[in-house]
Design a protein around this ligand. Structure first.
Ligand code: SF4
Length: 377
């Protein structure tokens, strides 16, 4: 198998190939590398990529599966940047490295521009500034930082260093419970909606959840009194895909399809979550659909590719996207067949491209926060 060391030249060639040829070539690499190669496909990926994935799942589930694979020697992560970072941290954690005699598992992201707009709404400098300002008005030792897994490795490390924790959309409630058993307040970033939707289920009133806007000069735009009265300080971040679902959409689908059930991801806005029949992570959404009786009508508030796939896989149910617009994760969409083929052929040729490797000290502390997340699952 041939590959050049010039990724730009390589990629241009791949982009001119027919779909069938690309599929054949990816399959040839899979056959050649066998279980040493794991291609991971996030639920929001396009179908032609998912069809070639060894495992499909949500971000943390995929990383965990890959990290626990005995035979895996390389991961191609068809997802976004923070997912590849998490996979690198878990797959190359000290005990796994020792088992492999120090051999690292490279984690490859087929397009380095596949980021996450939500993750990009908080960086470590902003969060450190927030932490210092909070320390001026409240006892900072009484605050637990919680970062959603959709965040940069530096933010996970920030939490690891300060006895904080990472959460997923599945275990956000458990992470908040864990935090409140230890301390009186939480700083939750970067997704305000997941934090707010989860804290409300615990009976925490909105007045005790000030919103921290990192673009504001002082105290994130809050008064010192608001911060002193807080229990959960929410970061002003959001997912541009899930924030598109509105209470108008819920009313529209309920009026148009009598008896319809509304299920939404907790990254949706509070007013949408409040009107839904079910609020849950990607995995929970899939489980609910799988377990529903034939003939159930659903409007689903999550990314279009997953909704379309559920509709095809469950023809016995009536499934709609909870919007008349197209809610696509455009960064996830950057991973396509040419890029996947380019990535796996370079890997097989011994010239891996787009390897995501988290700096060791960051990985060490991020792993602390990820391990706590596993403990509270
Ligand atoms: S759907 Fe939203 S949270 Fe998920 S990767 Fe895309 S931008 Fe990020």
């Amino acid at each position: 198998m041939s590959a050049t060391h010039n990724p730009t030249f390589d990629l241009a060639r791949y982009e001119s190939l027919e779909k069938d040829a690309l599929v054949r070539r990816v399959q040839a690499v899979r056959a050649e590398m066998g279980p040493r190669l794991l291609i991971l496909g996030h639920h929001y990926q396009q179908d032609e990529v998912i069809a070639l994935a060894d495992l499909r799942g949500d971000s943390y589930g995929l990383s965990e599966l890959a990290a626990n694979s005995e035979e895996c020697r390389a991961i191609v992560f068809c997802g976004v940047h923070f997912m590849a970072e998490t996979a690198d941290i878990l797959a190359n954690r000290p005990e796994r490295l020792a088992e492999r005699g120090g051999l690292r598992v490279p984690v490859i992201l087929p397009d380095l521009d596949a980021g996450c707009s939500l993750a990009d709404m908080a960086d470590v400098e902003q969060v450190e500034k927030c932490w210092s300002e909070l320390a001026e008005v409240i006892d900072i030792d009484d605050v637990t930082p919680i970062t959603y897994v959709n965040s940069a490795a530096e933010l996970k490390a920030f939490c690891g260093r300060r006895d904080g924790i990472v959460c997923t959309s599945s275990n956000a409630r458990a992470a908040l419970d864990w935090a409140f058993q230890r301390r009186g307040r939480v700083l939750f970033f970067p997704d305000q909606h997941l934090g707010r939707n989860t804290a409300r289920t615990m009976g925490i009133p909105l007045e005790q959840m000030p919103l921290w806007d990192p673009r504001q000069d002082k105290l994130g735009g809050n008064s010192a009194e608001a911060i002193r009265g807080s229990r959960v300080i929410l970061w002003r971040g959001f997912c541009c895909v899930h924030q598109r679902f509105t209470s108008y959409d819920v009313a529209y689908f309920r009026a148009k399809y009598p008896g319809i059930k509304i299920i939404v991801h907790p990254e949706c806005m509070m007013e949408v979550a409040d009107l839904a029949d079910v609020v849950g992570s990607t995995s929970k959404i899939i489980r609910e659909i799988e377990q529903s009786p034939p003939g159930t009508r659903w409007a689903i508030g999550t990314e279009l590719h997953l909704v379309d796939r559920l509709r095809r896989e469950h023809p016995e149910q009536e499934i709609h996207l909870l919007s008349n617009e197209s809610c696509v994760c455009s960064t996830m969409f950057r991973i396509n067949l040419p890029r996947l083929c380019w990535a796996v052929e370079n890997l097989a040729a011994g010239t891996p491209v787009n390897v995501i490797e988290v700096e060791p000290e960051t990985a060490r502390w991020a792993l602390e926060a990820l391990r706590r997340m596993l403990d509270v699952k």
